[in-house]
Design a binder for this molecule. Structure first.
Ligand SMILES: Nc1ncnc2c1ncn2[C@@H]1O[C@H](COP(=O)(O)OP(=O)(O)OP(=O)(O)O)[C@@H](O)[C@H]1O
Ligand SMILES: [Mg+2]
Length: 372
């Protein structure tokens, strides 16, 4: 839906966005996160053509936005800006109805939509007649959000939209955004500096630093496989700060190497070679965990290459459960010198893997550092 192709943005000699390649798929909610000044707001402004890149191309809906009329573009792209940006001389109602008016909606339709919207954020309709300066910061922020949603544009850009809200309103708006995106298949690019918020709402988290993407992944993947120390620190500080007791689901990766029990031994060996792993977790055809086999076991067996894995005597294992505490699992893995464990849900279906190193890397030192 939105594609950045080698986009660079420089102010004079200051490179703010550095050869950025970013893909936002249709219907995805992508969160941009990173330290202040890393280029999050700039990225949104580029999508909306509020600024033009120094180099590279940006495609929205497969069209290069260079060739799209900016006004036309902005009708398809709702934008909630960081500083709220309500027009002070317009009432709240007029502010919400800016785009509907541009699109020539009649009074009745505009009014009906505005009523619907104001209810969405639990504000009394008496506010519609007021001016922005007569609202609190949090109330203004909610109006800024409604303004972007008014005509339900397919793409919505949101720059720290919930910064000034109390936790309860914030939570209800986060839920609203997720529901809206699922229901109406909106594509949303959302900027925040709050990792909890990112984890809660994002399909994909894009962590930026100095105008570059450091890592772009689903939150589980980001937590379990941080690309480097910067990512680790960024998550670690946050996790430490939020004081969460993490579960296995928080630290697992979905890149598990499994084999169905009917797979032939020769195929199993090929898979281990290809994935560079010394063993495989064995599942049945409904992904229920059966156990594990090691390359050693296969080597020592007298079976022929075409025999199925299940004939070899699959070793039973006790998996990790997704809701189990990560600490508990980590302790067991340490004690029993287990490098990797499959993670299963309540139905014993394999949903991921935890590795000792990934738990240590992403969490152990930071969160549990002083306990032992
Ligand atoms: N008009 C401008 N002229 C010169 N430099 C600019 C301009 N706008 C932004 N910058 C610089 O570009 C860099 C990225 O700014 P941007 O606003 O995208 O950061 P951000 O990631 O949104 O930060 P924050 O979390 O503080 O909102 C900063 O170093 C900023 O000073
Ligand atoms: Mg910003």
């Amino acid at each position: 839906m939105v594609h950045f192709v080698n986009v660079t943005m420089a102010y004079g000699s200051h490179i703010v966005i550095d050869k950025l390649n970013l893909h936002v798929e249709e219907g995805q909610l992508v969160v941009l996160i990173g330290p202040s000044g890393c280029g999050k707001t700039t990225t949104l402004q580029l999508i909306n053509r509020l600024i033009k890149p120094t180099e590279g191309d940006i495609l929205v809906n497969r069209q290069n936005i260079k060739n799209v009329d900016p006004v036309e573009l902005r009708r398809k792209v709702g934008y909630v800006i960081q500083e709220i940006g309500l027009f002070p001389h317009m009432t709240i109602k007029q502010n919400i109805e800016i785009v509907p008016r541009l699109l020539g909606w009649d009074e009745e339709r505009k009014a009906a939509r505005t009523e619907e919207l104001i209810q969405l954020v639990n504000l009394d309709r008496k506010y519609l007649k007021r001016y922005p300066s007569e609202l609190s910061g949090g109330q203004q922020q909610r109006i800024g959000l409604l303004r972007a949603l008014a005509v339900e544009p397919p793409i919505i850009l949101m720059d720290e939209p919930f910064g000034a809200l109390d936790p309860i309103t914030r939570e209800s708006l986060q839920n609203e955004i997720v529901a809206l995106q699922k229901r109406l298949k909106k594509t949303i690019v959302f900027v925040t500096h709050d990792m909890d918020e990112a984890i809660k709402i994002a399909d994909r988290i894009v962590l930026m630093k100095d105008g570059k993407i450091v890592q772009a992944a689903a939150s589980k993947e980001l937590l379990s496989n941080p690309a480097n120390e910067f990512v680790e620190q960024f998550i670690g500080r946050h996790r430490l700060y939020s004081g969460k007791a993490d579960t296995v689901a928080d630290v697992m990766s979905d890149e598990i190497v499994c084999a169905e029990k009917t797979l032939s031994l020769i195929e199993a060996v090929a898979l281990m070679r290809h994935k560079k792993v010394p063993g495989l977790f064995v599942i049945d055809d409904t992904k229920k965990l059966q156990g594990k086999v090691s390359i050693e076991q296969i080597r020592k067996s007298e079976l022929s290459e075409q025999d199925a894995l299940e004939t070899i005597g699959i070793e039973q294992i006790c998996p990790a459960f997704e809701n189990q505490s990560a600490r508990e699992v980590f302790d067991r893995m340490e004690a029993e010198k287990i490098d990797a464990l499959p993670v299963v849900d309540e139905a014993n279906t394999v949903i991921g893997v935890v590795t000792r190193s990934s738990i240590v890397r992403s969490l152990a030192e930071v969160v549990w550092g002083n306990q032992s």
